[in-house]
Design a protein around this ligand. Structure first.
Ligand code: NDP
Length: 287
C-alpha cells in the first residue's frame, strides 16, 4: 500500500516559510496576475492566487481584462508591468482567448519577472543548467520528490508528457538531479512497459486515469500532475489525476493524490518564485 505524499501539508509549510521571509524583508514583493476574459476555471485560479499572495504578505495586483482586448493592448499592459518597480512577478493566466497569441505575450514579459518560468530565456537557462525562474508545477514536483526520496542520483525517471509548461521542465530538473530521464509522449511505443521500468514515474498528460496500476514498478514513486474533471455514475463531477489512483496505490511506494498532491504546490512555488524574483531585483541576499 503506497504512502501518500501530502502536497497540501508540504505546501502549507512552504507558505509559512515564505510568510516569515517576506516579513523580514526591507521591501514588499508584488505579484501581478493578468486575466483575459471570463473563463470560470481561470477566474477561480486567479482569485486563489490573489488571496494567497496577500496572505503571505505580498502585494497583489489583479488585472481583469475584457475577452476582446487586442494583442497590442495586452502587450502594452505587460510592458507597463515590466516597468513598474512595485511589480516583481508577472503571470498571464493561460489559456488566452483564441484571437491572442500566447507566445508573443509571454515573450513580452521581462524574464526577471517571469515567475511562471515560461519565457524562452528562462527555459534556456533551465536547459543549460543555469539559474533562472523555473515553472511552478515542475518546481513543486521536485520539492515533493526530494522531500520523499532525498538524493535522486541514478534513479530512472519516466516523464509522460512533453509540454513546455510541465513535462519538459520536469525532465530537465530530474536530469539536473542526476536521474536517467526518459520522456514519453503520445507517439511513444510500449508506454506501459516503459513506465514499468521507472523508479520515478511522472504523469503529466491530461487524460483521466490513463496510467494503470500494473504500469507501475512495485515500490516506485509516482507523481500525478494531471487534473481532470470527470462525472461519476451519480452524475456528480469530481477531480481525478492521470493515474488510476485506486489501482496505483497497490503498486507504488509513494503516490501523490489528486486533489491534494501536486496542485497545492503550484501556488506555493509561484509565491516562492515571486520572492526569488523580488530579492534578485533588489539585489538582496539576506539581512
Ligand atoms: P498538454 O496537453 O500541454 O500536454 C500533454 C502531454 O501529454 C503532451 O506532451 C502529449 O503528447 C502527452 N500525451 C497526450 N496523450 C498521450 C497518450 N495517450 N500517451 C502518452 N502521452 C500523451 O498538457 P499540460 O502539460 O499542460 O498538462 C498536463 C496535465 O497536468 C493536465 O491534466 C493539466 O490539467 C495538469 N496540470 C496540473 C497543474 C497543477 O497545478 N497540478 C498545472 C499544469 C497542468 P504530444 O506532445 O505527443 O501531444
Amino acid at each position: 500500500m503506497a504512502q501518500l505524499i501530502d502536497g497540501k501539508a508540504f505546501a502549507a509549510r512552504q507558505l509559512a516559510a515564505i510568510t516569515t521571509e517576506v516579513a523580514s524583508l526591507p521591501f514588499q514583493p508584488g505579484l501581478a496576475v493578468v486575466l483575459v476574459g471570463d473563463d470560470p476555471a481561470s477566474q477561480v485560479y486567479v482569485r486563489n492566487k490573489a488571496r494567497q499572495t496577500v496572505q503571505v504578505g505580498m502585494r497583489s495586483f489583479e488585472h481583469r481584462l475584457a475577452g476582446d482586448i487586442s494583442q497590442e493592448e495586452l502587450r502594452q499592459l505587460v510592458e507597463r508591468l515590466n516597468a513598474d518597480p512595485a511589480v516583481h512577478g508577472i503571470l498571464v493566466q493561460l489559456p488566452l482567448p483564441k484571437h491572442l497569441d500566447p507566445e508573443q505575450i509571454i515573450a513580452a514579459i521581462d524574464p526577471a519577472k517571469d515567475v511562471d518560468g515560461l519565457t524562452v530565456t528562462n527555459a534556456g537557462l533551465l536547459a543549460a543548467g543555469q539559474s533562472g525562474l523555473v515553472p511552478c508545477t515542475p518546481l513543486g514536483c521536485m520539492l515533493l520528490l526530494e522531500d520523499v526520496l532525498g538524493d535522486l542520483t541514478g534513479l530512472h525517471a519516466v516523464v509522460v508528457g512533453r509540454s513546455n509548461l510541465v513535462g519538459k521542465p520536469i525532465a530537465q530538473l530530474l536530469l539536473a538531479r542526476n536521474c536517467t530521464v526518459t520522456i514519453a509522449h503520445s507517439r511513444t511505443r510500449n508506454l506501459a512497459e516503459l513506465c514499468r521500468s521507472a523508479d520515478i514515474l511522472v504523469a503529466a498528460v491530461g487524460r483521466p486515469e490513463m496510467v494503470k496500476g500494473d504500469w507501475i514498478k512495485p515500490g516506485a514513486t509516482v507523481i500525478d500532475v494531471g487534473i481532470n474533471r470527470v462525472s461519476g455514475a451519480d452524475g456528480k463531477s469530481r477531480l481525478v489525476g492521470d493515474v488510476a489512483f485506486d489501482e496505483a496505490k497497490d503498486f507504488a511506494g509513494h503516490l501523490t493524490p489528486v486533489p491534494g498532491g501536486v496542485g497545492p504546490m503550484t501556488i506555493a512555488c509561484l509565491l516562492r518564485n515571486t520572492l526569488t524574483a523580488a530579492k534578485r531585483q533588489h539585489r538582496y541576499s539576506g539581512a
